[in-house]
Design a protein around this ligand. Structure first.
Ligand SMILES: NC(=O)c1ccc[n+]([C@@H]2O[C@H](COP(=O)([O-])OP(=O)(O)OC[C@H]3O[C@@H](n4cnc5c(N)ncnc54)[C@H](O)[C@@H]3O)[C@@H](O)[C@H]2O)c1
Length: 304
C-alpha cells in the first residue's frame, strides 16, 4: 500500500509508516543529525591493544583512536617502533583520542596485571581489549621441540588469556561493561595450504574456544547501578594479511605468496586496513548482541 494513501480506519498509522520510511532515506543536509552511526562511537573509552608495536595490532589501534578511543599499545618490543611513532603523530591531534605505549611481555601474567591495572586506575575505567600479540613458527611437526611448543602456546594462548583476565578484573572493578576482541585466525579453523604450522594453528583454535568460554563466564560479570552487564568476548579470524609476520614467511619461502593468493576466492593477500571496520564493530555498541562468536574475514579461503 502506498504510504501516501489514506486509510479511513487507521489514519494515524500512515504518519508512523511515513516516518519509518524517511528514517531509512538519505538525509538532506538540513536533516543531518549531530552524530552519524552513534553506535560505532568509542569517544572517551579506554582500550588496550596487545602486540600494538607494529602490524595488525598497530593498525587496529589507530582505528580505535580515530573513533575517539584512548588507546594503549602493549608490546614486548622495548621501545616503540618507527611505525608506532608515525601512527601516533598522524592520529593524536586529529581525532581527539590518544595513543600510548607500554613495554610488556604478555607471557608475564603479573606484569600484564600491573600495567593494565595502572591504565584503568588512570582513567577509572577500562572499555575494551584487542589481544593481537602473537608469534608464528613455521616448521614441520617432526622438528618441533617441547620448548618451541611452550613458547608458541605461551604467547598465542596464555598471553591472550592473561590479557583478557587482567582486563576483565579492571572492568569489574570500575563497573565498565566492555568488549574484547581476541585475534584468532582462519588458521584456527583449517590447515593452511603449503604451511607447516601445526602448533600455530592449534594455538589459534585454542583462542577461538577460549573466546566462547570467557564470554559465557563474563556474560553478567559487571555489577552496575542498572543491574549486571556483560563483558562481551569475540574472536576475529583474519585470513592472510600482508604484515611483518607474513613478509617474513614470504622471505623464507617465496612460492608461498602465489599459493596463498590462489587459495582464496578474491585471489589476493589482504591488507591490514581491511580489518579496521570489523574491530570497530566488535568493540562498539554496534555489536551489542554479539558475544561468544567468531568473525571470519578470509576472502573465502575457508569456505571452499
Ligand atoms: N599476518 C597474518 O596473515 C595473520 C593472519 C591471521 C591472524 N594473525 C594474527 O594477528 C596478530 C598480529 O600479527 P601480525 O601479522 O601483525 O604479526 P607481527 O609480528 O607484525 O605483530 C605481532 C606483534 O606482537 C608482538 N609480540 C610478540 N610476542 C609478544 C609478547 N610475548 N608480548 C607482547 N607482544 C608480543 C610483536 O612484537 C609484534 O609487535 C597475531 O596474533 C597473528 O597470529 C595474523
Amino acid at each position: 500500500m502506498s504510504p501516501h494513501a489514506t486509510d479511513p480506519d487507521t489514519s494515524t498509522s500512515y504518519s508512523n509508516y511515513t516516518s519509518a520510511i524517511s528514517e531509512r532515506l538519505p538525509h538532506t543536509d538540513a536533516q543531518v543529525p549531530a552524530h552519524r552511526l552513534r553506535e560505532f562511537e568509542l569517544k572517551g573509552g579506554v582500550f588496550v591493544v596487545t602486540g600494538g608495536a607494529q602490524g595488525l595490532g598497530l593498525t587496529l589501534a589507530e582505528a580505535l583512536v580515530e573513533a575517539g578511543g584512548i588507546v594503549y599499545c602493549l608490546d614486548i618490543q622495548k621501545e616503540p617502533t618507527a611505525p608506532f611513532y608515525e601512527t601516533q603523530g598522524r592520529v593524536a591531534k586529529q581525532f581527539g583520542g590518544s595513543l600510548s605505549y607500554r613495554h610488556v611481555d604478555v607471557q608475564n601474567a603479573e606484569l600484564v596485571d600491573e600495567v593494565i591495572a595502572s591504565i584503568a586506575a588512570e582513567h577509572s575505567r577500562l572499555d575494551g581489549l584487542v589481544a593481537a600479540a602473537g608469534i608464528q613458527n613455521v616448521k614441520p611437526a617432526l622438528e618441533f621441540t617441547p620448548n618451541d611448543i611452550d613458547r608458541m602456546m605461551g604467547v598465542n594462548f596464555k598471553g591472550v588469556f592473561h590479557s583478557a583476565v587482567s582486563c576483565a578484573k579492571q572492568m569489574i572493578k570500575y563497573k565498565t561493561p566492555g568488549s574484547m576482541v581476541l585475534i584468532g585466525s582462519m588458521s584456527g579453523l583449517n590447515a593452511n595450504k603449503g604451511l607447516n604450522s601445526s602448533i600455530y594453528n592449534s594455538s589459534k583454535a585454542a583462542v577461538i574456544q577460549l573466546g566462547r568460554n570467557l564470554a559465557m563466564e563474563w556474560c553478567k560479570a559487571v555489577e552496575t547501578s542498572e543491574g549486571k552487564k556483560p563483558i562481551r568476548v569475540n574472536v576475529l579470524c583474519p585470513g592472510n594479511i600482508m604484515t611483518p609476520m607474513v613478509e617474513n614467511d614470504f622471505k623464507n619461502d617465496p612460492s608461498l605468496r602465489k599459493t596463498w593468493e590462489e587459495a582464496n576466492m578474491l585471489g589476493r593477500i589482504s591488507e591490514m586496513k581491511e580489518y579496521r571496520g570489523a574491530v570497530l564493530f566488535m568493540l562498539s555498541d554496534a555489536s551489542s548482541f554479539m558475544t561468544a562468536s567468531h568473525l571470519v574475514i578470509d576472502g573465502g579461503y575457508t569456505a571452499w
